[in-house]
Ligand binder design. Structure first.
Ligand code: CTP
Length: 264
């Protein structure tokens, strides 16, 4: 694994031709409870936006699917990024269906809600406070990045990079597990403990000889502004068919049985 410099700085035969068509998702989803309330999360979308701008600056054609964040999109348009907005995971799913097929690389940085209210709110509905409290029934959202991976083109399959934000104690395990379960080319793993920091402490996991492996790490924490170009250089060095089509090896030390996370 390399430290601050990703893999190697020299280009390899598999290095993609430019311009590439990138599809990048960023920001949270808001899953409505009623017409004014929602289930959301703290994602600011800044990391995905920074990656989109870095890619556009180096000449890639970039479409950014951006969630409900307060970002002004005019500055994005000035750098050549085409932005489409979503609010719910269902909106994002619709946009992915529309845009995924024509991209070469999907970077799935959006913090998609894992659950949403089972009952969609009626238009104009606002729940009343009640002494009995309120019980919400939630259902899992579809795994959007896994669905994209399953729908890859057979000729020139798209590369797909996902994200993992987990406590440091189980970060490596979770990243490798997501890499395999979602059939991704790479997973960018960030420790939950550094979520509010203005520096990035990321490790990129991918396949090396069919085995999930840490391929590159930012090492000493990288400034957020430098992260986009760094990650794009790491992705450039990924083998084009990194996600195995056939049987895949589970994380080291595990068998084909369900893999248990390390004790918390
Ligand atoms: N993701 C997605 N669709 C979802 C949930 C997550 O596409 N419904 C994507 C995220 O954009 C991210 C990756 O999957 O790139 C990992 O997200 P995470 O929430 O950690 O994945 P889960 O599959 O929900 O894993 P866990 O059960 O560990 O939370």
């Amino acid at each position: 694994m390399t430290n601050t410099s990703p893999l190697s700085q020299t280009s390899r035969p598999g290095t993609p031709a430019r311009p590439r068509r990138l599809l990048i998702t960023a920001g949270p989803t808001h899953e409505p409870i009623d017409s004014v309330r929602f289930i959301g999360n703290r994602s600011s979308g800044k990391l995905g936006i920074a990656i989109a701008q870095a890619a556009a600056r180096r000449g890639d054609r970039v479409t950014l699917l951006l969630g409900p964040v307060g970002t002004e999109t005019t500055a994005l348009a000035d750098t050549g990024v085409v932005t489409r907005r979503f609010r719910t995971s269902a909106d994002l799913q619709t946009l992915l269906v529309r845009h995924f097929r024509s991209c070469d690389l999907l970077i799935m940085a959006a913090a998609v809600a894992d659950f949403r209210p089972k009952r969609p709110p009626a238009a104009g509905e606002k729940l009343k406070r009640s002494a009995q409290g309120l019980t919400l029934r939630l259902e899992p959202t579809p795994d959007l990045v896994a669905a994209c991976a399953a729908a890859r083109r057979t000729r020139h399959p798209q590369q797909i990079v996902g994200f993992a934000l987990e406590p440091a104690s189980r970060l490596a395990w979770s990243a490798k597990e997501k890499l395999i379960r979602k059939r991704l080319n790479a997973v960018v793993a960030n420790p939950l403990e550094t979520m509010d920091s203005d520096r990035i402490h990321a490790t990129v996991y991918g396949f090396d000889d069919g085995r999930p492996t840490a391929l590159a790490a930012t090492g000493s924490r990288l400034a957020k502004a430098a992260f986009g170009p760094w990650l794009l250089r790491v992705i450039d060095q990924l083998p084009p068919h990194a996600s195995p089509e056939g049987p895949i090896s589970r994380p080291k030390g595990s068998s084909r049985r369900p893999v248990r996370p390390p004790a918390r």
